[in-house]
Design a protein around this ligand. Structure first.
Ligand SMILES: *Cc1c(COP(=O)(O)O)cnc(C)c1O
Length: 381
C-alpha cells in the first residue's frame, strides 16, 4: 500500500563519531583508558553528578549498584514491573527478590504510595525508573527512601537530558545508572554509566567493574615504575572501551540539541493528537521535563480500536510503532512470581503504544502517522 518506512528510533551518528572511533583505534589504546576517563567526567557534569563510572551497559551498572549497597539473598528490592526487564533482572543477579510495585498512570513511574504499598521489613532497596525519559518525582522518592532507611537506585537508562525540579534528573541522586544503547538518546553501541556523588563509592565502583583490582590497568600502564596490583575482592569485568567512549564524547555534544528537537516534535504530536477522542499522549509531569526518549499514547476505550489492531494497521502502512513499555511480571522469566495487584501497570502495557520519534522524523511523517490514528478513532467503518 505504501512505500513509506518510518522507524520508531534512529540513533544520530555522524562522520564525527566515525572519526573519533578511528582516532581511538589509531592511538593504539582501545581498552578502558583516557577517553573513558574524559567521558566519565563530562557525562557526570552533564547529568549533575559528582562522579561517573563507565560500564559495559546500564544492566551491568544496575548490578554493580546493588553490589555496592550490599543487597543479597533474603533481601527484597522494590521495582516497577512496568520497565525493561533488566531492572528486575539486576535484583536476581545479587540473589535478592524483586517485588513489583504499581505505577502512576500519567508518568508510568513508581510513586511513594505504590512503593509503600508493597514495602516490608525485608525491603533493602528500591530501583525507581525514569520511565521512557519521564522523570519520577525525585524529591518525593528520595525523601521517602531516606525516611524508610532503604537504598534508592535510580534507573536513568532513558533519562539523559530529562530534568526534575529544574535540574538534570541525575542531580542529587545517591546512585543512578544510565544506558548508551542505540534505543536511548545518545549511544556508544552498547555501554552504560553509574553516577554517584560520593568519591568513596565511585572508587569502589571502579574496582568492582575491573576485577576488584586496586589499580586500573590504564594507570598501571602509564606508570614509569612497575606497579604490583592486588585483587581486593571478587568482582567483574564490566569495562567500557576507549573506542566506545570516543563515540560517547561526540554524542554528548549532541545531547542538548537532540532533546530540544525531540521536545518540539513531541509538542507537535500532542497538538495534532489533541482532537482525537480516547487517545492520551504522554506529557511532562508538573515537577519536570521528559526528553521524550519514548513518546507513548494510551488508548482509552472511547478510542474504539484496540492497541494491537492499531499497531498492525500502522505497520501495514510502513509505520514502525511499538507496544507500550513491557511488564516484567507477565513474562515467562517471572512466571514463578505472584505479585500483588498491578492494575495500572497492566493497563499501560496492554493499551499503550510508542510512536516513532527521532531526529529524522519530519512534520509530513507526523501528519501521516496521526492521519492513520485519526482514521482508526471510533473503530473502523
Ligand atoms: C534500556 C534500559 C535498560 C538496559 O540498558 P542496557 O544499557 O541495554 O543494559 C535498563 N533499564 C531501562 C529502564 C531501560 O530502558
Amino acid at each position: 500500500m505504501s512505500q513509506r518506512k518510518i522507524p520508531v528510533m534512529i540513533p544520530l551518528l555522524g562522520e564525527e563519531e566515525a572519526q573519533a572511533a578511528a582516532d581511538a583505534v589509531r592511538s593504539g589504546w582501545v581498552a578502558q583508558g583516557p577517553r573513558v576517563a574524559r567521558f566519565e567526567q563530562e557525562f557526570a557534569a552533564t547529568v549533575g553528578a559528582g562522579h561517573g563510572v563507565a560500564v559495559s551497559s546500564c544492566t551491568t551498572g544496575l548490578h554493580l549498584a546493588l553490589v555496592l549497597l550490599e543487597v543479597g539473598p533474603g533481601d527484597e528490592v522494590i521495582v516497577p514491573s512496568l520497565s525493561f526487564i533488566a531492572t528486575a533482572n539486576a535484583v536476581r543477579y545479587v540473589g535478592a527478590t524483586p517485588i513489583f510495585a504499581d505505577v502512576d498512570l500519567a508518568t508510568g513511574n513508581l510513586t511513594v504510595e505504590t512503593i509503600d504499598a508493597v514495602r516490608t521489613p525485608r525491603t533493602r532497596a528500591v530501583i525507581a525508573v525514569h520511565q521512557g525519559g519521564v522523570p519520577f518525582d525525585t524529591a518525593a522518592l528520595r525523601k521517602a527512601a531516606d525516611g524508610w532507611g532503604v537504598g534508592l537506585v535510580e534507573d536513568a537508562a532513558c533519562a539523559a537530558g530529562s530534568t526534575a525540579y529544574g535540574q538534570p534528573a541525575g542531580t542529587g541522586a545517591a546512585i543512578a545508572a544510565w544506558s548508551f544503547h542505540p534505543r536511548k538518546l545518545i549511544t556508544t553501541g552498547e555501554g552504560g554509566m553509574v553516577t554517584v556523588d560520593d568519591a568513596e563509592r565511585a572508587g569502589r565502583l571502579r574496582r568492582l567493574r575491573e576485577h576488584g583490582m586496586n589499580v586500573s590497568a590504564a594507570d598501571r600502564h602509564a606508570s614509569a615504575q612497575p606497579v604490583l596490583e592486588a585483587y581486593l575482592e571478587t568482582a567483574y569485568n564490566y569495562r567500557m572501551t576507549d573506542i566506545q567512549a570516543a563515540v560517547g564524547l561526540v554524542q554528548l555534544g549532541r545531547l542538548a540539541g537532540l532533546v530540544a528537537q525531540r521536545r518540539e516534535l513531541a509538542a507537535r504530536y500532542q497538538e495534532l493528537l489533541a482532537g482525537i477522542d480516547g487517545l492520551v499522549p504522554v506529557r511532562d509531569p508538573a515537577y519536570g521535563q521528559t526528553n521524550y526518549q519514548s513518546f507513548w499514547v494510551l488508548l482509552n476505550p472511547e478510542y474504539g480500536t484496540g492497541r494491537d489492531e492499531a499497531l498492525a494497521e500502522l505497520a501495514a502502512r510502513g509505520v514502525s510503532a511499538r507496544r507500550g513499555i513491557m511488564a516484567a511480571h507477565l513474562e515467562p522469566a517471572y512466571a514463578d512470581v505472584t505479585p500483588g495487584p498491578l492494575p495500572v501497570t497492566e493497563r499501560l502495557t496492554r493499551d499503550s503504544l510508542i510512536l516513532p520519534l527521532h531526529h529524522a522524523l519530519t512534520a509530513d511523517d507526523q501528519d501521516y502517522i496521526v492521519g492513520i490514528l485519526r482514521e482508526l478513532a471510533g473503530g473502523r467503518a
